[in-house]
Design a protein around this ligand. Structure first.
Ligand code: BES
Ligand code: ZN
Ligand code: ZN
Length: 487
């Protein structure tokens, strides 16, 4: 879907449907007031996402008016608008309208908030219009709204451009993350990274099994030992070689996590195709950063593997010699994400970046502690954590920080090796996983995002359909934008 600015008064909107967003108890703009006469009869009260629909019967340039409620003024935040725009797209789609218009509400906010509002509207519309259709052989039930015009007299083209970059990067990532393990193999993802590099002038390097053996990336090699698919450690670079501050984004890329010999229960095991979300998010993040032309250098690192049981698979009790020289006792082969991330993080730390961010569907415990409404954040630097808090509020990919005290690190020490990959008790599983990763980042400033709870959407959401959400793309792109502005 394309979102375009139509710089005009709302009475000049000529689309079949004009959508207007209204706060509860707000006086409607003069030009639509007369079409709201049946509002009471339709029991429209202006609650969040409540809709009211009217035929203008030739009394206006637009044939139909759709009002979407924004809820109470005191409870308003920009995500309400992102949701309302998503709702409007779905409405237009149910009426099989190829294009429609949305009016930017500018009555109740300060001017500097307007850009964020219009950005959120563009994002909501583009995210809500996404659907992966290529595996449907019959297109009967599928209808795509192609265009949304944003009607306003304000100069907000930049906000629309930003929202479009963010949401299209997220949709691009979703279209890969949704693919199952028989299609999205490590080498298929490497091919996708190469395609992205070609279209966005990036540099890609892929390390296969032999190279990883030479490098001593034994964490990555151990996890994919039971799979017939060759591991692919993908490095994708933006602004390579330029004299700009370097940041590294590392994503967990497990194309399928069966648990390995510590096999997972079969119920819902198919959802483990989303265990590559972190790495796929990296593709979306790099794409957004390149399109935003941020004045930074960015290296995306994606260790891609499959975690399978087999006679060649790693076994509980195995001891690994990791890339940074530390030894790890593997007590549970299902705690595989931290093993591949450990090697990728030590590799990132060697580049001496200004900051390392990793993003991973790392622990089921993240769902236990925060439910599906937050990304768990752990960091060894307060400034970086603050940056993510701000980015989380603006993108509504909200983060919640958990502590990373030394005591949690103690829980990951092994009797036999330096570290073990799971603690004895399993308590504070999200934090102990991060405490394990902390052993591999050296002195680098580092933030860890556990997205296990938000990667796959299983419930109704106003702008993210069911399936791969790629939550984290907008969050990290926004955080990098903030970091690029810091001295
Ligand atoms: N990929 C899973 C984490 C996960 C669980 C993501 C549910 C999304 C939804 C990860 O590799 C895993 O299996 N973690 C184990 C760790 C445990 C063995 C310490 C877990 O969370 O149970
Ligand atoms: Zn696992
Ligand atoms: Zn996993």
């Amino acid at each position: 879907m394309k979102v375009e600015l139509k710089k005009t008064h709302l009475s000049e909107a000529k689309e079949n449907i004009l959508c207007v967003f209204l706060l509860q108890d707000e006086e409607p703009p003069y030009d639509i007031k007369r079409f709201l006469r049946d509002a009471k009869k339709q029991r429209y009260e202006g609650k969040l996402l409540q809709t009211y629909y009217a035929d203008t019967r030739g009394e206006a340039k637009f044939r139909h008016l759709l009002v979407v409620g924004l809820g109470k003024k005191e409870e308003f935040n920009t995500d309400n608008l992102r949701r309302a725009a998503g709702h409007a797209v779905r409405y237009a789609s149910s009426l099989k309208e190829k294009s429609f218009a949305m009016h930017l509400p500018s009555r109740f906010v300060a001017r500097d908030e307007l850009m964020k509002m219009v950005q959120a509207m563009a994002e909501g519309a583009i995210l809500a219009s996404y659907r992966l259709t290529k595996y449907k052989t019959k297109m009967e039930d599928i209808f795509e709204v192609e265009k949304a015009h944003i009607v306003t007299e304000e100069n907000v083209a930049d906000g629309i451009r930003l929202g479009t970059i963010y949401a299209e990067a997220q949709n691009y990532a979703r279209s890969i993350d949704e693919l199952p393990a028989n299609i999205a193999t490590p080498s298929m993802v490497a091919a996708e990274a190469k395609k992205l590099a070609k279209s966005h002038k990036l540099r890609v390097t892929v390390f296969g099994r032999e190279k990883l053996k030479k490098m001593g990336m034994n964490g990555i090699l151990a996890v994919c030992q039971g799979s017939q698919h060759e591991p692919q450690f993908i490095k994708i670079e933006y602004n390579r070689g330029k004299k700009l501050p370097l940041f590294c984004v590392v994503g967990k890329g497990v194309c399928f996590d069966s648990g390995g010999i510590s096999l997972k229960p079969s119920k819902n095991m198919h959802e483990m195709k989303y265990d590559k979300s972190g790495a796929i998010n990296v593709l979306g993040i790099v794409r957004a950063v390149a399109e935003l032309k941020l004045p930074i250098r960015l290296t995306g690192l994606m260790p891609m593997v499959e975690n399978m049981p087999s006679s060649t698979a790693q076994k509980p009790g195995d001891i690994l010699n990791m890339y940074n020289g530390k030894t790890v006792e593997v007590l549970n082969t299902d705690a595989e994400g931290r093993l591949i991330l450990a090697d990728a993080l030590s590799y990132a730390a060697e580049q001496k970046p200004k900051g390392i961010i990793d993003i991973a569907t790392l622990t089921g415990a993240a769902i236990v502690s925060l439910g599906h409404h937050a990304v768990a954040l752990m960091a060894n630097d307060d400034g970086l954590a603050e940056t993510f808090h701000g980015a989380g509020e603006d993108t509504w990919e909200r983060v919640w920080r958990l502590p990373l005290w030394d005591e949690y690190g103690e829980m990951m020490k092994s009797e036999l090796a330096d570290l073990k990959n799971v603690s004895e008790t399993g308590e504070a599983g999200t934090i102990t996983a991060a405490a394990f990763l902390k052993e591999f980042v050296g002195e680098s400033k580092w933030a860890h995002l556990d997205i296990a709870a938000v990667a796959g959407v299983k419930w109704d959401h106003p702008y993210l359909g069911k399936g791969a959400s790629c939550t984290g793309v907008r969050l990290v792109a926004d955080a990098l934008t903030r970091l690029s502005k810091k001295k």
